[in-house]
Ligand binder design. Structure first.
Ligand SMILES: [Zn+2]
Length: 278
């Protein structure tokens, strides 16, 4: 879990370019007519980027205007520019973040989430700061949701200054009787984290059901590690631990201490999982 880098793109230029590329004269005229409203809304987003929940309702009320603005994002539609914008967004990230969904840290970010949903804020359909590369699972799970009773539901990886270097994701191993294959559960721990920040983290994890996703992903990882140890009876436990620690360091460095594999490997090293392998 790491912050994303905002690409250095001019949102006004992007809009102007999209309008210029329009072949549909009526659409072009409409988009031109609401240009200043859209630009004001871009400034409004920027002004509230540290408190996104304060972004006011969209002033775009006419259905045709809404549709035209949304269609700027849709593939194969007149004026489409998504490809260029998206590739600039991806290019701005480090290689590992470019290849991993920031919301879950599991899959590749093959889709783009509109952090403020297009249906409610059509003016932000092609606004770069509102476009977050993420995986299909997270995108559909998040859907049109973003705020609930005044609180944001999901972490915004461009703007949220969270304690990314503080460990808040932990793993627990539970054994059934003498079973050597544990049931893994992921937990969030509060401790030194600010109450409101933790609330946002908790909401993000629970609404995307990440704890279940991580537990499911871990089964295979655990079984691979177990197999590796079983298959190398002449390697000492200390050597295995040293190897796991090396992997852990790489995960923490590349993806952060709260990456699910960082949590899993810390859990493996610090639990009696390895001792139970026969
Ligand atoms: Zn995801």
């Amino acid at each position: 879990m790491r912050k994303l880098v905002l690409p250095s793109l001019s949102s006004d230029d992007i809009y102007t370019q999209v309008v210029k590329n329009c072949r549909d004269a009526i659409k072009k005229e409409k988009l031109e007519a609401i240009k200043s409203v859209v630009f004001e809304r871009y400034s409004h987003y920027e002004d509230n980027s540290q408190e996104l929940k304060h972004i006011s309702q969209s002033p775009i009320s006419q259905d045709d205007e809404k549709d035209y603005l949304k269609s700027n994002y849709s593939r194969n539609k007149d004026g489409y520019l998504e490809g260029e914008v998206v590739s600039a967004i991806l290019k701005a990230q480090s290689p590992q973040l470019r290849n991993t969904c920031p919301y879950c840290g599991i899959d590749k970010p093959r889709t783009i989430d509109h952090y403020l949903p297009q249906s409610l804020f059509p003016e932000y359909a092609i606004y770069p700061s509102n476009l977050i590369p993420c995986c299909g699972y997270c995108n559909s799970k998040k859907g049109k949701r973003w705020i609930d009773e005044g609180n944001r539901m999901f972490i915004n990886f461009y703007f949220d200054e969270l304690p990314y270097e503080t460990i808040f994701l932990e793993v627990e191993f539970n054994y059934l009787l003498d079973d050597e294959v544990p049931k893994i559960s992921f937990n969030l721990t509060q401790e030194s984290i600010d109450k409101d920040q933790f609330k946002l983290i908790e909401s993000h994890y629970s609404r995307l059901e990440l704890k279940n996703e991580y537990a499911a992903e871990s089964d295979e990882e655990i079984s691979n590690i177990r197999q590796l140890i079983v298959d190398s009876p002449h390697t000492s436990l200390l050597t295995h631990i040293a190897n796991l620690e090396r992997n852990l360091k790489v995960f923490e460095k590349k993806y952060g201490v709260n990456y699910w594999k960082s949590a899993l490997y810390r859990g493996i090293i610090n639990s009696d999982f390895l001792n139970k392998i026969k």
